[in-house]
Design a protein around this ligand. Structure first.
Ligand SMILES: Cc1cc2nc3c(=O)[nH]c(=O)nc-3n(C[C@H](O)[C@H](O)[C@H](O)COP(=O)(O)OP(=O)(O)OC[C@H]3O[C@@H](n4cnc5c(N)ncnc54)[C@H](O)[C@@H]3O)c2cc1C
Length: 329
């Protein structure tokens, strides 16, 4: 089929985390027949996967509707099933590039195909940055006490009254360290330098907290333990000396990377970290009319499944109203 004959989709959703699937449920129920590009299954588990970040976690205790909690992959399967019930179409492919300069928009897909769309919802998420150690990823995936989200996992019974460690030195790490002191017996804050790079006030809050113990000039070189974390192997960045630290949980807080590299920053407004900007407060429209955004790729603040799902809902409602204004139903 040549490009001229390519059918025009009413709405394409890029991404299959809580934001993308929720947008699909709303768009499908509004008879917009959405297509979801869910991403290609990846070998490297630290990269984004179809189903998103929750495919990397075990217990999710804070998503409403699951009084006993739910495993991350189960939750994502349930949301996906709900979207499929309303006839969402799925492509297990990545969108590689987008041309938003002409309408309908053109999306180039990883199998070489081209898709045209009147309206696009971007819901590609943000990946937590990990240290990059094999045992870290193994224990993160198996629920062995390694996490990249203190707000999500810090309250789990397994971490109560236990010594925990957090890696990082920025504002997020400080916030997460303070949060963990609600549950932990002690929180070691491991940082590669001898001073946190967080704002003074946030750093001071941690330094003043009797439960927080800074571990300066140190990097984690291994995560110890078979089924559950039992400790960390550390290396002094100045002397090269190795040591071990007994902890029952590791929280990695070294930032997130929004999955927006496939977008052209000359076409769509991103902030200096790559998060997609929403110029109109409380709305999901991006700097391009007809392109909407949902979830962690536009949200460096909350980064929760429920907030991503809420944004997915808003984006589909905004998209439907915008399409109706264009006479597309
Ligand atoms: C270890 C861990 C534990 C967590 N635990 C909890 C918890 O208990 N409770 C909670 O509320 N939150 C938790 N979170 C946070 C939660 O996972 C995220 O806030 C949520 O998944 C964000 O949803 P999203 O839809 O915006 O993005 P994501 O879930 O990241 O999904 C993004 C999707 O986009 C796809 N994608 C990316 N690029 C492309 C492309 N170019 N083309 C096609 N598809 C693409 C990916 O394959 C993926 O499916 C946790 C996060 C981590 C890392």
């Amino acid at each position: 089929m040549n490009e001229q004959n390519t059918p025009i989709e009413k709405i394409v959703i890029i991404g299959s985390g809580p934001a993308g699937w929720t947008a699909a449920i709303y768009a499908a129920r509004a008879n917009l027949s959405p297509v979801v590009y869910e991403g290609i299954p990846k070998q490297n588990p630290s990269l984004v996967l179809p189903g998103g970040q929750l495919m990397l976690t075990t217990e999710v205790d804070n998503f409403p509707g699951y009084p006993e909690g739910v495993e991350g992959p189960q939750l994502m399967n349930d949301i996906k099933k709900q979207a499929l019930r309303f006839e969402t179409r799925i492509k297990s492919l990545d969108v590689d590039t987008c041309d938003f300069t002409q309408r309908p928009f053109t999306l180039n897909v990883s199998d070489g195909s081209v898709v045209k769309a009147h309206c696009v919802i971007i819901a590609t998420g943000a990946t937590a940055n990990w240290i990059g150690l094999d045992n870290e990823m193994r224990l993160a995936r198996s629920g062995g006490g390694v996490s990249a989200c203190a707000v999500c996992d810090g309250a789990l019974p397994v971490f109560r009254d236990q010594p925990l460690a957090i890696v990082g030195g920025g504002d997020s790490a400080m916030e997460e360290a303070s949060y963990l002191t609600k549950f932990a017996s002690k929180v070691y804050v491991i940082h590669r330098r001898d001073e946190f790079r967080a704002s003074k006030i946030m750093a001071q809050r941690v330094l003043d907290n009797p439960k927080c113990v800074p571990v300066w000039n140190s990097v984690v070189t291994d995560v110890l333990g078979e089924d559950k974390i039992s400790g960390l192997q550390l290396k002094d960045t100045k002397t090269g000396e190795e040591s071990t630290l007994d902890v029952k949980g590791l929280f990695v807080a070294i930032g997130h990377t929004p999955a927006t590299k496939f977008l052209d920053p000359e076409q769509i407004l991103l902030d200096d970290k790559g998060y997609i900007q929403m110029p109109v407060p409380h709305q999901s429209m991006t700097s391009i009319e007809g392109v909407f955004v949902a979830g962690d790729c536009a949200d460096s603040l909350y980064r929760q499944a429920i907030t991503a799902a809420g944004m997915g809902c808003k984006s589909a409602i905004d998209a439907e109203r915008w399409l109706a204004d264009q006479g597309i139903h």
